[in-house]
Design a protein around this ligand. Structure first.
Ligand code: DC
Length: 224
């Protein structure tokens, strides 16, 4: 039997648009490695804040970045970032201080450049660990990181619904303000990638969002 193709699925969208739940469900269903790139921007933000660096001080950010070593720990199907061999806790990366600072750090071209090769290399990590593909979520995955991904998906949802989702998760997060910063920055702004399947998840249950994408993946895996 022919070996199924290794597939890359890029999922982009604003804060709390449903990316993580969708990416997680697809990773489980198809045995794809799951990369939540927002968690990488959050981990770097937490580390830089811990080192006393501010996003306003681009020089210090550059100097500290040159000193940081990242690698990956795979937990089930999740690619988690380690900095100097340690993982920064979920509580720290989802804290209110990080929520408020992360978009400012993410707007810095040096910080994005530091993550570019790391993120692209996760496709090799996924192959090396015999995953069937990679599902990567973020803001610039289908536009910058993997513009030739097999599938590009853009998720969006009404801002009020997205605030409610974050509150239900127990987080305080100014999602509209983060989207404004993420969409208006000069470096790799959040935008719908060319040729993406755009899905509005405001009134769509998660399983329906997942089904729509899963149907496309299944059709590709089954071949012509
Ligand atoms: O997905 P998230 O809300 O956890 O992402 C946190 C922040 O990281 C988001 O406000 C913008 C930034 N980010 C980015 O600029 N590019 C990505 N590919 C992923 C996240």
């Amino acid at each position: 039997m022919k070996k199924p193709p290794f597939l890359i699925v890029a999922i982009d969208g604003g804060a709390a648009a449903g990316k993580s739940s969708t990416a997680h469900a697809l990773s489980t269903r198809f045995n794809f490695l799951h990369a939540d790139t927002g968690s990488y921007y959050r981990a770097l933000t937490a580390e830089l804040l811990h080192r006393g660096v501010k996003a306003k001080d681009a020089e210090s950010v550059r100097a500290e970045l040159a000193d940081l070593k990242f690698d990956t720990q795979i937990v089930a199907r999740d690619a988690r970032m380690k900095i100097h061999g340690d993982r920064i806790s979920e509580t720290d990366i989802r804290s209110e201080v990080v929520n408020n600072a992360v978009s400012h750090f993410a707007a810095l071209p040096d910080l994005r450049a530091a993550l570019l090769a790391y993120q692209r290399n996760l496709a090799e990590v996924a192959r090396a660990h015999h995953f069937g593909g990679l599902v990567m979520e973020g803001r610039d995955i289908g536009t910058v990181i993997f513009p030739n991904a097999d599938f590009r998906v853009f998720l969006h949802a009404d801002p009020h619904e997205r605030v409610r989702r974050r509150e239900r998760e127990g987080h305080v997060d100014a999602v509209a303000e983060r989207d404004r910063l993420d969409s208006s920055r000069a470096a790799a702004p959040l935008t719908c990638p060319a040729g993406a399947v755009a899905i509005d998840s405001t009134h769509l249950p998660l399983n329906e969002v997942v089904e729509r994408i899963a149907r496309l993946i299944t059709a590709r895996l089954l071949g012509p």
